[in-house]
Design a protein around this ligand. Structure first.
Ligand code: SF4
Length: 357
């Protein structure tokens, strides 16, 4: 794994670490910097309650390790950012706005993704490296600078969050910190494709934010074909881990089902899903698959999705249709990666002239 370039960026630190890393004395100056970052400061020079000598010394140091390269705005209020990292790699982050005006930040945890889910654009790009805590937190800060702090966060962008669990934990502790952004624990969701050791680790050591699992199919044959992770941890192993998680946390789990027409959209698929879920306390988010050029699937017909949902409900499973927010900016589920270049590989995640380390 290649390390990120922002290990010393203050945006990826808790107040006590900031004071030490920036040689600020007394230690409460670390909290001042932390609060300024949460308030949207773009440089140390703006931090007017720091002594002039500290501001002067730090003014030569960039506060952020990343920068917004471009942004795309959709009619529904959604925004997709292409964010350039310090080493020249790029990621995408999305702001989704629902009908009530609630804003959700959809954040990435890796550059590309190694999991290769067959229906996902990011999965076609390959994997470059993990993001560090600053690179995760800065995505939220860039989105917040556009129209205020999003109340909700989903780790559902590029990458598999549970393969980068230590950086994710640190980023969440920064995002939730009461002296900073103070995002509520219940408003943060980690979405995994089913990394069983990560689910067990989360159950044991937290953070106990909301957990979502991309299930998509509930027979091993179909899930093996759509999600290679299933060949490593099959449905029985995944279910054991989720029951363990639920036993520890008492939380309801969200299962995501991206529905591709004619692939996993049948009533029989829904019926298998309902059987598999029992006795878990889970809700299924039914997501009509968003078209992605180059992938061999079709959008499901309205009737197919309706019949799928009806079968889940008939079998006593709570099914919720996910609204297609973010589609106008290709920021909907599985669509991240299309601003990163035409090659469709990890090469597209670096600037052409970027130096690789
Ligand atoms: S769906 Fe998630 S885990 Fe699967 S390839 Fe896409 S980004 Fe990776």
């Amino acid at each position: 794994m290649t390390e990120g370039s922002s290990l010393l960026s203050a945006t990826g630190m808790l107040p006590e670490d900031i004071a030490e890393a920036l040689s600020l004395k007394p230690a409460f100056r670390g909290k001042q910097v932390f609060k300024w970052i949460a308030r949207g400061a773009a440089s140390f020079a703006e931090m007017s309650d720091l002594p002039a000598s500290d501001r002067e010394r730090l003014s030569r140091r960039p506060l952020f390790s990343t920068a917004v390269d471009s942004s795309l705005k959709g009619d529904d209020g959604s925004v997709k950012l292409k964010i350039r990292l310090g080493d020249g790699a790029a990621i995408e982050s999305v702001l989704l706005v629902d009908a009530e005006g609630r804003m959700t930040a959809c954040l990435s945890t890796q550059v590309g993704c190694p999991m290769a889910c067959a229906f996902c654009k990011t999965g076609t790009l390959g994997f470059l490296r993990d993001l560090d805590p600053a690179e995760i937190v800065e995505q939220y800060l860039h989105l917040a600078a556009i129209r205020g702090k999003p109340s909700n966060i989903v780790f559902m962008g590029m990458g598999e969050p549970l393969l980068n669990l230590e950086s994710l934990r640190k980023a969440i502790s920064i995002l939730m910190h009461p002296d900073g952004l103070a995002v509520s624990r219940r408003k943060i969701t980690i979405s995994t494709c089913g990394i069983v050791p990560g689910i067990r680790d989360l159950a044991d050591s937290g953070p106990h934010v909301r957990l979502a699992v991309s299930l998509t199919a509930a027979t091993d044959e179909l899930r093996d074909a759509l999600m290679p992770v299933n060949r490593r941890w099959n449905l029985a192993t995944l279910k054991d881990a989720l029951l363990y998680y639920q036993g520890k946390t008492g939380d309801r789990i969200t299962l995501e089902a991206a529905i591709m027409g004619g692939e996993n959209s049948s009533v029989a698929s829904a019926s298998a899903m309902a059987d598999w879920i029992r006795p878990m306390n889970a809700q299924v988010n039914v997501i009509p698959w968003n078209p992605i050029p180059g992938l061999p699937y079709r959008e499901p017909e309205r009737g197919e999705v309706g019949a799928f949902e009806a079968e889940l409900e008939r079998r006593g499973v709570n099914a919720v249709r996910r609204a297609r927010r973010g589609r106008g900016v290709s920021g909907a589920c599985g669509q991240l990666g299309d601003t990163l270049g035409a090659s469709g590989t990890v090469d597209a995640l670096y600037e052409e002239d970027a130096e690789e380390d």
